[in-house]
Design a protein around this ligand. Structure first.
Ligand code: ATP
Ligand code: AMO
Length: 463
C-alpha cells in the first residue's frame, strides 16, 4: 500500500507498507510511535504491546531502537486517530502487528531531516522563543544530497521539474515537432565565447557542446521542419551566481518559419501557458509542499503572452531612472527592475522582450530587415530573470560567414555548418530554455542549485 493512499482506506483494513523511519517516539515500555515516510507522504504507526494483537514488549523495544531513516516493512491495520494529527501527515494511523527492519541507517546522520525541512519562518519563530535550531547550509545539503533530497520540498521540486520537461515534449509533439539528439562531443564552440570545456577526442582537441545550436539548425537543413531536443548543456562558467550552472538541461526547439519569426514566439506562448496551467491545476500538492518550506507568490501570466520591444524596455527603465546604453545589453539588475516595472504596468511575471541590438546577440542571429543594427531575436523572462533566448537564424551561407567573421569566429572551424545553408535551406528560427531556471523562477526559489539534483558549478564535481 502507498502511504499517500492510506486516507482512502477504511478503518480495519490490513496493510503492508515499506517506508523510511522518519521519527521514533517511545512512550513507555509498552507503547511507541513510528512515523513512516514515502516521498512526500507520512503516516503515524502505533505499537502497543498486547497479546490480542500479537505485539510483544520486545517488538516495542526493537522499534524504539531503530535508527531514523532506516527502511522497514510494517504490517498493520488502518485505524482512526484518537487525537487530531498534524495536517501534513495522513489523517489515519496504523496499528502495527509486525515490524521488520530491511536496512538500518547509521545512528547519527550528517543531516537532521527535520532541520533540513524547516522554513526560514520556523527558524525565526524558534529563535524568538529562545530555542536553538540548526540551519542546514547549501553546501552541507549538496554534500549529503541523498539525504537532503528526502525533504518534502525537494521531493516536490524534482516532480515539478519532471512535469515541465514532460509538458515540453508533449506540447511540441502535438505541434508536429520531432524529438532529436545531437552530439555533445563536438569540435568547437557553438555560442562563441570562451565558456567551453575543452577535452581531447582521440588525441584531437574537442569540447563539450555549449548548446545544440548548430546541429538543430542542420536538422532543419536536413528536411525536418520542426525539431526539439532535451539534453545536457555544458558551460565553463567561471563565476558563482545564483542562476548559472556548468551543466544544465537545455530544452531546445527549432522550426521553419513561413512568414515571420513571431511564429516561434507563438509556439513559446502556447507552450508556456500550457505548462503554467498544467502545474497550477495538476501539481497542487507539490506546489503547496514547496510553499510550506519556501513561501512564494503564485506566478502571474496572461492568456496571451505580453511582447515588448527591447527599445520599449529600455525606455521603461529610463523613465524609472535607469539609463541603459541603447545598443548594449541589460545587466542582471536592470533585467530584474524591468521585471518589476512590467509587472506593475501589465500585471504579468512572464513576458517576451524582442528586437535586441545586433551587437549583443550570437553570430547566427538574423539582423532585422528594416534596420540591421537590430535583430529578429528575443529573450523571455520570468520574474525579471531570463529563462529563454531565441531568434530567427541567418539561412544564407554568405551572410552567415560574414557575421561569424565579424564576431571573431574562425569560419574554417564551422565550415560544415555554414555549407549546410548552400544546399537549399528554409528560413527558420528557434529557442533554448534552461529547465532548472524555469523551475527555480516558477517557484521563486533563490538559487538554481535547488532545482538541479546534483548541481555542477565552478566548485562542485561531487557527488
Ligand atoms: P545566456 O548565457 O544565455 O545569455 P544568461 O542568463 O547567462 O544566459 P547573459 O546574456 O549571459 O545571460 O547575461 C545576462 C547578464 O547576467 C549579464 O549582463 C551579466 O550581468 C550576468 N551574468 C551572466 N553571466 C554571468 C556570470 N558568469 N557571472 C556573473 N554574472 C553573469
Ligand atoms: P542561451 O545561451 O541564452 O541561448 O541559453 C538558453 C537558456 O539556457 C539557460 N542557461 C543557463 N542555465 C543554467 N546555467 C547556465 N550557465 C545557463 N546558461 C544559459 C537560460 C537561457 O535562457 N542557442 C541559444 C538558444 C537559441 O537561440 O535557440 C542559447 O544557447 O535559461
Amino acid at each position: 500500500t502507498k502511504i499517500g493512499d492510506l486516507e482512502d482506506c477504511a478503518a480495519g483494513r490490513s496493510v503492508l507498507i515499506r517506508g523510511s523511519t522518519q521519527a521514533i517516539r517511545p512512550v513507555s515500555k509498552k507503547m511507541a510511535f513510528v512515523v513512516l515516510r514515502q516521498s512526500m507522504s507520512t503516516v503515524q504507526c502505533v505499537l502497543v504491546a498486547s497479546a490480542d494483537a500479537g505485539v510483544s514488549t520486545q517488538m516495542v523495544r526493537f522499534a524504539t531502537a531503530l535508527s531514523k531513516e532506516s527502511i522497514v516493512d510494517v504490517e498493520g491495520v488502518v485505524s482512526l486517530p484518537k487525537e487530531p494529527l498534524k495536517a501534513t501527515t495522513q489523517q489515519v494511523e496504523i496499528q502495527v502487528r509486525k515490524i521488520y527492519c530491511i536496512n538500518r541507517a547509521i545512528p547519527t546522520l550528517p543531516i537532521n531531516l527535520e532541520d533540513a525541512a524547516r522554513s526560514e519562518a520556523e527558524f525565526e519563530k524558534a529563535e524568538q522563543a529562545g530555542e536553538k535550531l540548526v540551519r542546514v547550509g547549501q553546501d552541507t545539503r549538496l554534500n549529503y544530497r541523498a539525504i537532503d533530497l528526502r525533504t518534502p520540498a525537494n521531493q516536490a521540486i524534482f516532480r515539478i521539474q519532471c512535469q515541465v520537461e514532460n509538458k515540453f515534449r508533449e506540447f511540441l509533439l502535438s505541434k508536429d515537432f520531432v524529438g532529436i539528439h545531437t552530439p555533445k562531443l563536438i569540435s568547437g564552440s557553438s555560442e562563441g565565447g570562451a565558456a567551453v570545456f575543452k577535452l581531447l577526442y582521440n588525441g584531437q582537441p574537442a569540447c563539450l557542446a555549449q548548446s545544440p545550436q548548430l546541429y538543430k539548425q542542420m536538422a532543419i537543413c536536413g528536411g525536418y521542419e520542426r525539431v526539439f531536443e532535451v539534453g545536457p548543456v555544458f558551460r565553463a562558467e567561471n563565476s558563482n551566481t545564483h542562476r548559472h550552472l556548468c551543466e544544465f538541461v537545455g530544452l531546445d526547439a527549432e522550426m521553419e518559419i513561413k512568414e515571420h519569426y513571431f511564429e516561434v514566439c507563438d509556439i513559446i506562448d502556447g507552450l508556456f501557458v500550457s505548462i503554467f496551467k498544467h502545474l497550477t491545476e495538476n501539481c497542487e500538492k507539490e506546489l503547496e509542499t514547496i510553499n510550506r518550506q519556501y513561501p512564494f507568490e503564485p506566478l502571474k501570466y496572461l492568456e496571451k503572452t505580453l511582447k515588448l520591444t527591447y527599445e520599449e524596455g529600455i525606455q521603461m527603465l529610463k523613465e524609472a531612472g535607469t539609463e541603459i546604453e541603447p545598443m548594449g545589453d541589460l545587466n542582471t539588475e536592470a533585467e530584474k527592475k524591468l521585471g518589476r516595472l512590467v509587472k506593475e504596468k501589465y500585471g504579468t511575471d512572464f513576458f517576451i522582450l524582442y528586437r535586441y541590438p545586433l551587437a549583443v546577440r550570437p553570430f547566427y542571429t538574423m539582423p532585422c530587415y528594416d534596420n540591421p543594427a537590430y535583430t529578429n531575436s528575443f529573450d523571455v523572462f520570468i520574474r525579471g530573470e531570463e529563462i529563454i533566448s531565441g531568434a530567427q537564424r541567418i539561412h544564407t551561407p554568405e551572410l552567415l560567414a560574414k557575421r561569424a567573421t565579424e564576431c571573431g569566429i574562425d569560419v574554417s572551424t564551422i565550415s560544415a555548418y555554414i555549407e549546410s545553408f548552400s544546399y537549399g535551406a528554409p528560413p527558420h528560427g528557434g529557442f533554448g530554455v534552461g529547465l532548472e531556471r524555469v523551475v527555480m523562477l516558477f517557484c521563486a526559489l533563490n538559487n538554481i542549485r535547488k532545482t538541479s539534483m546534483f548541481p555542477r558549478d565552478p566548485q562542485r564535481l561531487v557527488p
